[in-house]
Write a protein that binds this ligand. Structure first.
Ligand SMILES: Cc1cc2nc3c(=O)[nH]c(=O)nc-3n(C[C@H](O)[C@H](O)[C@H](O)COP(=O)(O)O)c2cc1C
Length: 171
């Protein structure tokens, strides 16, 4: 899809069909995240792929009952490694760049999914320590986004955005 059409058509999708999502598509989505820009090219993130229904159900609990996570055929969790950025950039790295870098990677993945005809929803509301326990993460790395992915079973209307005049008062 042409880029501007893609960013206009993308929606948060929370209802999925039962159609499985092929590994090759998940690979493409993760590749889009992998090649995202990052401060100093430090790439302070990792990914986890979850297809197991029991683990997905545990993620739903950690995400305060957001049940659509478990209905997606595949779920990607994005994890931050602040130490990786802090080594080079100190507190600015660990308090700012690591979040910005990971957000760009999640955004690439979310848009890549849309481009492949898949629906996904960026889930940020969850108990990070609980998800870290579920995924058995090593100390110091923190899950920051859950991206359930599946073929869309809904076509939500466009959500309103603030007007450009509010964002760019001088215009
Ligand atoms: C950082 C972030 C966290 C979000 N967390 C959640 C969430 O926990 N649950 C959810 O259903 N949607 C979540 N969303 C999706 C937003 O609700 C959605 O992007 C927004 O309402 C605009 O709708 P649209 O994506 O369809 O344009 C999140 C989005 C972002 C960027």
């Amino acid at each position: 899809m042409e880029f501007f059409e893609l960013i206009q058509k993308r929606r948060s999708i929370r209802l999925y069909t039962d159609e499985p999502v092929d590994d090759s598509l998940v690979d493409k989505i993760l590749e889009a995240a992998r090649i995202a820009p990052s401060a100093g090219n430090l790439q302070p993130y990792e990914f986890r792929i979850i297809r197991d229904i029991q683990v997905k159900n545990e993620l739903v609990t950690a995400a305060y009952g957001q049940g659509f996570i478990a209905t997606a055929p595949v779920v990607i969790v994005f994890i931050e490694d602040a130490a990786r950025t802090e080594k080079t950039y100190g507190v600015r790295g660990s308090s700012l760049y690591v979040h910005q870098d990971t957000a760009v990677a999640v955004s690439h993945a979310h848009l890549a999914a849309a481009d492949l005809g898949l629906g996904s929803c960026w889930v940020g509301a969850f108990d990070s320590p609980a998800v870290a326990r579920i995924l058995n993460l090593r100390d110091g790395i923190v899950p920051v986004a859950i991206l359930p992915i599946g073929y869309p079973a809904e076509s939500p209307p466009e959500n309103p955005r603030r007007l450009m005049g509010e964002l760019l008062p001088e215009k």
